[in-house]
Design a protein around this ligand. Structure first.
Ligand code: PEP
Ligand code: MN
Length: 374
């Protein structure tokens, strides 16, 4: 579900084409949380030996329940300064209040990110943005916890209006009770909506918080690169199983290195004219199929209207539970037989159902109030 954004276009002409000067794709890696000076030093040393140049680490952790580990707080900042100097790395942390910003700036933190739980709240975002006025610092805005593109764009706009030039976005997935696979559903159409609306803003993918589990990270990261994301933020810990937060999703630095070497980066466009013309041919066929799909849907809706009129004449309700139960049972089965994803068929028929009910209600109203509805 792509949430439309009807606001006036954000003026992005002043955005730097920001790539941190480190080449693409950018990879930010590091522990979910900074725990101890030793854990930080060992993790950073191992990540640097895998070629990582920007480290992440949570200092203040937004946890769902109280009394769980909420980050070591400001006392981690001098440890971070030490590893930054020792390993010549840049360091990114999450800030969720003006106090965090103030503390972090004292210790030369290089990059801030705004967490998913902060992005949902315009008051919080505005307060942080105000505290950054006059500070020339990269800010990465994670998507809000809920699937709302406008809220994500709104947060970026607040930082832009506060004068932040180096803005980026991080896709970390969306809360979804029905998703049994991912900790946070990727809903790729939303970050792609952001990319379409704000093409200048680097967009990173965070497969760690999307997956919630180590084994799914490679496929999500590859998908992001295939979709032309500008980079990744991945959680990595020297002893992942013993991590104080998000232990299931962190990778050992050597596994991260292996993953990064295995990922394929693809070119956005290939100059080769044969490739271009072949692709054009396939796209034309897709256009034809889409037209046919719409013709078929239009035929289906005509039949639905006919059934609606018939129901009305016989004084039968529009919604008939048994019929829809049967539709919902059979369509995913039919889809599977055609090697289509049954969940996709379920979602599709959910939409078709909503539209069909709407159509039949309109029929009912037309018949009930012929003079008003024409
Ligand atoms: C994090 O990156 O450690 C974090 C808390 O992420 P999110 O805000 O995406 O939940
Ligand atoms: Mn985490």
């Amino acid at each position: 579900m792509l949430v439309g954004c009807k606001q006036k276009d954000l003026d992005i002409s002043s955005f730097d084409n920001w790539d941190l000067g480190l080449g693409a794709p950018i990879c930010i890696a590091g522990p979910c949380s900074v725990e101890t000076p030793e854990q930080l030093d060992l993790t950073v040393a191992a990540l640097v030996s895998e070629g990582i140049k920007i480290i992440r680490g949570g200092v203040w952790k937004p946890r769902t329940r109280p009394n769980s580990f909420e980050g070591v707080g400001a006392k981690a900042l001098p440890w971070i300064k030490e590893v930054k100097d020792k390993y010549k790395v840049k360091f990114a942390i999450e800030v969720a209040s003006p106090i965090h910003v103030e503390e972090a700036l004292k210790f030369g933190i290089d990059i801030f990110w705004i967490g998913a739980r902060s992005t949902v709240n315009p008051f919080t975002v505005q307060e942080i943005a105000n505290s950054l006025k006059g500070v020339d610092m990269p800010v990465l805005v994670k998507n809000p916890v809920n699937a709302d593109l406008a809220l994500w764009i709104g947060a970026l706009e607040r930082f832009h209006q506060a004068g932040i030039k180096k803005l980026g976005a991080i896709h970390r997935g969306f809360s979804n009770f029905n998703d049994k696979t991912y900790r946070n559903s990727p809903m790729w159409q939303i970050p792609l909506g952001l990319k379409t609306y704000l093409p200048e803003i680097p967009l990173l993918n965070d497969p760690s918080h999307i997956s919630g589990r180590r084994d799914l990270i490679p496929q999500i990261a590859q998908m992001a690169l295939d979709l032309n994301f500008d980079g990744l933020m991945i959680e990595s810990h020297i002893d992942p199983e013993k991590a104080w937060s998000d232990a299931f999703q962190q990778l050992h630095p050597s596994d991260l290195g292996q993953l990064l070497r295995a990922l394929k980066t693809r070119k956005v466009d290939v100059d080769n004219p044969i490739f271009q013309s072949q692709l054009e041919l396939i796209r034309e066929q897709i256009d034809d199929v889409d037209r046919e799909l719409l013709e078929i849907l239009s035929r289906r809706m005509s039949l639905v209207e006919k059934a609606g009129e018939y129901k009305k004449l016989n004084n039968v309700t529009v919604f008939q539970r048994e019929r829809w139960k049967k539709v919902f049972e059979t369509r995913p089965e039919w889809a599977q037989a055609l090697r289509l994803n049954p969940d996709f068929a379920k979602d599709l028929f959910q939409l078709i159902h909503t539209e069909s009910i709407k159509k039949q209600t309109e029929v009912k109203e037309r018949i009930d109030y012929p003079n008003i509805k024409g």
